[in-house]
Design a protein around this ligand. Structure first.
Ligand SMILES: [Zn+2]
Length: 420
């Protein structure tokens, strides 16, 4: 009874009407922003005279499935050919792909074959009058809704546990991990009381939920400050994540900590050591740098070692996240205030180049350690850093404001979603 009253309350009704109006404006804007020039095709309704659906099982081949359905070798070859040429399908994936066979009567030959390699794509093969097979690829219409989930880290929580408790699907959480990987260390920088939120896509087809889409916005109260990221499609069609001001938000490691420094010795699994004289691996890259050249941290992180050893001389080691560490060796001195435990930001000076330890002259020896293994800093795969041009930046700011308004409404009404 109370609920009904609340619904009939005129203040509530006017608030609801206002919120709906805002949401409609938002939809109109997002449609313009995100779906301009993106044609959509509706799935035609198939007359279901006689339909057989085969789910591809392990060990199945296209040939076997087609022959089982009564098609002859000439058809099999033609269909395989057309599928490869026109739809790019040359192999079937067990437990994933489905094939539909349509007949115009119980004993009639197959007149149409629909290969379904994903919930969003159907490849229709129809038999023409001359006996040839034609191929037509259809994109299934996607109904995308943005949903908002927020949570708080409780004592003893990992971000993962807190995220699951907030109702964020595991797959979406993994995307969030990747987005924030160089922003914070999920093993060590998570504290009780930190708040986070995620706006992400849920994809529907014909009214039923199929899968989750992209993370559209993420916010985390990290130790180094509140991190916000928004997904935005640039005018060139590529998408990236940006902070509130439209700067590339995906942090990464710099392959060369000092700008324009010449590589004097490359990473190698075996080389003749200039001082030791025998062959040993060079676990990093050497950059030419005069004594005293400031050495910036290659990425945000925490100093986990600062000291001296015979090989490295004065060195600093930084842990960036659960996977990456970097090491800087042969330093002449350390930067003031940089000690074990110091949180550093990307570009912060951690020390000065020199020739301490086993070194033939002033240079920076730089290592990247991924999951405990040394990798080549110049070639290791790292997240791409993307920036916006002036025009895109302007568009981004408008889009971001609209998205923020939408998020604000979803905060008040957690059951609502934004129709994209
Ligand atoms: Zn070296």
């Amino acid at each position: 009874m109370q609920k009904v009253k609340q619904f009939l309350n005129p203040t509530f009704m006017s608030q609801l009407a206002m919120a709906l109006a805002i949401i409609l404006t938002f939809i109109a804007i997002t449609l313009v922003v995100t779906h301009r020039g993106m044609p959509r095709v509706h799935t035609p309704v198939t007359p279901a005279e006689n339909k057989t659906v085969v789910v591809v099982a392990s060990g199945d081949t296209l040939g076997k499935i087609l022959v089982d359905q009564g098609l002859n070798n000439s058809d099999v070859n033609q269909i395989a050919d057309v599928l490869k040429k026109n739809a790019g399908i040359s192999t079937l994936r067990a437990d994933n792909d489905k094939i539909e066979f349509v007949r115009n009567g119980d004993d009639a030959p197959v007149s149409k074959i629909v290969v379904i390699p994903s919930p969003w794509k159907q490849v229709e093969l129809t038999c023409g009058e001359n006996g040839g097979w034609n191929c037509n690829t259809i994109e299934v219409e996607r109904d995308t809704r943005a949903v908002y989930k927020s949570g708080e880290i409780k004592n003893g929580d990992s971000f993962y546990l807190a995220g699951i408790r907030a109702g964020i699907p595991a797959g979406v959480l993994i995307d969030v991990y990747d987005l924030l990987a160089f922003e914070m260390d999920f093993e060590r920088d998570v504290r009780a009381g930190q708040h986070f939120s995620v706006l992400y896509e849920e994809n529907f087809a014909h009214g039923a939920k199929v899968d989750n889409g992209h993370v559209l916005a993420v916010q985390f109260e990290a130790l180094r400050g509140n991190v916000k990221m928004y997904r935005f499609k640039k005018s060139d069609g590529t998408s990236g994540y940006y902070d509130e001001n439209g700067n590339g938000a995906i942090k990464s490691l710099k392959r060369t900590p000092i700008n324009n420094a010449k590589v004097t010795s490359n990473f190698s699994s075996g080389r003749k050591h200039p001082i030791l004289g025998f062959t040993r691996a060079h676990k990093g890259v050497d950059f030419r740098a005069a004594t005293g050249t400031p050495i910036p941290a290659a990425g945000a992180g925490r100093v986990i070692a600062r000291g001296f050893n015979r090989g490295h001389g004065n060195y600093v080691k930084i842990r960036h996240n659960g996977s990456y560490e970097t090491l800087y060796a042969h330093l002449s001195k350390f930067a003031k205030g940089v000690v074990v435990g110091t949180a550093v930001r990307q570009g912060q000076i951690i020390g000065y180049a020199g020739s301490t330890g086993m070194s033939t002259g002033p240079h920076l020896h730089y290592e990247i350690i991924k999951d405990g293994k040394h990798v080549n800093p110049l070639t290791v795969k790292l997240p791409a850093i993307s920036n916006l041009g002036d025009a895109d930046k302007k568009k981004f700011i408008e889009y971001r404001k609209t998205l923020d308004n939408g998020i604000e409404m979803l905060t008040q009404n957690p059951k609502w979603f934004i129709q994209m």
